[in-house]
Every structure is written in C-alpha cells, then in structure tokens.
Ligand binder design. Structure first.
Ligand SMILES: NC(=O)c1ccc[n+]([C@@H]2O[C@H](COP(=O)([O-])OP(=O)(O)OC[C@H]3O[C@@H](n4cnc5c(N)ncnc54)[C@H](OP(=O)(O)O)[C@@H]3O)[C@@H](O)[C@H]2O)c1
Length: 263
C-alpha cells in the first residue's frame, strides 16, 4: 500500500516512536494528524516534517474518554477523511506490585487500554460506513510475556491484544485491517516517563532502553509492516526471542527473565 496522500493519524506523536513515525511517513507523502497532550512539542514535531503544511496538530488526552467523539470529528474534518489510526501513545511502569497503588493501575489501564480502545471505537463507525480503514496498535513484547516492575503495563498491553484480535475478526467483512506492533527496547523517553508506585514519573533512563533500537530505524520497520497490512509484527533486538520462548518454552523464559533483572 502506498502512503502518498493517505491520512495517517498518530497518537503519541510528540516524542519517541510516534515522532519518528510521523517524520518517516511524512517523507513518503502521507498527510498527518499529530496527537498527544503536549501541544508545544507536537508543533515542534510538525516543524521538523519534510512538508509541515501537509499535517495538522490535534491535541488529545487519552485519559479523557468523554472527549473522543468530538476529537474524531475534528480529525475527520482536518483532511476530510482518516485512512490509518496509529494508536501509539502509551505510558509504562517501573514498580513492584507490593509497592504500587491501585490508582496507578487505574491510570495505566485508562491511558494504555481504555483510551486506546475508546478512540478506536469512536472512529470505527466511520471506517464501517466507508468499508475500509486500518487500525495500527503499538503494544509491546510486554503484551506477550511479563517482566518484573511492569505488572500494570503488561496487563494493559496484553488486554490490547485480546481486544484488537477480536476487532480484526468482527470487521474483516468491512475490509478493516488491524496491525499489532510489538516493540522490544527502543531508545525513547518511555522509561523516564514510566510511573512508579506512587504515580510519579521514574525520570531516569533504563540501560536496556538506552541501548535499544534507534527510533528512526524502528519507525522504518514499522512503516514496512503497516504498508503490508501485517496482522502482527515484533520489532527489536534479541529480546524478540522472548515472544517465541513464551509460546514453546515458558519455564525457560521465566528463568531467563528473572536472571536478567535485579528485582
Ligand atoms: N520505547 C520502548 O522501549 C517501547 C517498548 C515497547 C513498547 N513501547 C510503546 O511504544 C509507544 C510509544 O512510546 P515511546 O517509546 O515513544 O515513549 P515516549 O517517548 O514516552 O512517548 C510516549 C508518547 O505517548 C504520549 N502520551 C502519554 N500519555 C498520554 C495521554 N494520556 N494522552 C495522549 N498521549 C499520551 C506522549 O505524549 P504527551 O506527553 O504529549 O501526551 C508521547 O508522545 C507506547 O505505547 C509504548 O508503550 C515502547
């Protein structure tokens, strides 16, 4: 599928993977809608695009579920249509279960799961009416197997797989595609922004994230999968093998993950 003139709506476009994806998709001639909470940073990203005039900034907070019908109308009126919604925005966690408040779990589920399915559900009737559309969902390898300190994040990302696998089945007849993108470690601010047990941001970078894939390289691989309308893709370094180990050797994966962590 060619991206030229396609309208691609990216959440979490103010930073990391979403920013890199916007820049790469812009180079391929896509018309872009850039969403996130931080309007100033979205405008900076817009300026960095090869053709800033071919993009719009549309601020949104995924925790504000009531706003989605209005936001979808605004997205549709930006260019008259939306071809691809990239549900990329998300927030991670770095805290032990025993030290994490339920309010932190609520926030992780609200932003990562309810916000993502809510926005997609608000756009779905438009895709059904037009008998076409593409939902891309950035989950994580943590949507396929667990790792200490990320219990709520893992729960929310696993839940996304369940929901969007069903959406793909229920709406295949409407020619609606779903691509689940599962990153391994990518060098972004995800660890700095991760919630700790009291809900404050960790603020420090993790070694694994700092040594992760470059976001531009990641975005190129992700666009390749989107253009091929793949059902699911794992993108990362050797950590990707965890997804296969979970399926075939879950006991071994359990031991290896514990050995690689200091909990
Ligand atoms: N980097 C990795 O190693 C890695 C690994 C696996 C999965 N992922 C996934 O990749 C996606 C992108 O993360 P990243 O690595 O690029 O991290 P990032 O640099 O922290 O970017 C996260 C993005 O999400 C947006 N966001 C956060 N809360 C939001 C909210 N309530 N409403 C709207 N937007 C919100 C942020 O924008 P504002 O602050 O402007 O709202 C930001 O643009 C996430 O879904 C993450 O879980 C990343």
């Amino acid at each position: 599928m060619e991206l030229k003139d396609k309208v691609v709506w990216i959440t979490g476009a103010s930073s990391g993977i979403g920013k890199a994806l916007a820049q790469q998709a812009g180079k391929k001639g896509a018309r872009l809608i850039l969403s996130g909470r931080n309007t100033a940073r979205l405008q900076e990203v817009q300026k960095s695009l090869s053709d800033p005039g071919n993009s719009r900034v549309l601020p949104l907070d995924l925790a504000n579920l009531e706003s989605f019908d209005r936001i979808v109308q605004e997205a549709l009126s930006a260019f008259g249509t939306v071809d691809i919604l990239v549900n990329n925005a998300g927030i991670s966690q770095r805290s032990l279960i025993a030290e994490t408040g339920l309010d932190v779990y609520e926030r992780l589920m609200h932003v990562n799961y309810l916000g993502t399915i809510g926005l997609s559900k608000a756009l779905l009737p438009y895709f059904v009416e037009n008998q076409k559309g593409h939902f891309v969902v950035v989950t994580s390898l943590m949507g396929k197997f667990g790792s200490p300190l990320r219990s709520g994040y893992c729960g929310a990302k696993h839940a996304l797989h369940g929901f969007f696998d069903v959406l793909r089945m229920e709406h295949e007849k409407d020619s609606i595609a779903v691509t689940l993108v599962c990153p391994g470690f990518v060098n972004t601010d995800i660890a700095r922004n991760a919630l700790t047990g009291d809900g404050s941001a960790q603020e420090n970078q993790d070694n694994a994230t700092a040594n992760g894939m470059d976001p531009d390289r990641f975005a190129r691989k992700m666009l390749h999968a989107i253009q091929r309308r793949k059902m699911e893709v794992n993108i990362g370094g050797k950590e990707v093998s965890g997804a296969y180990m979970k399926r075939f050797f879950p006991g071994l994966l359990h031991k290896l993950v514990l050995r690689s962590q200091v909990v």
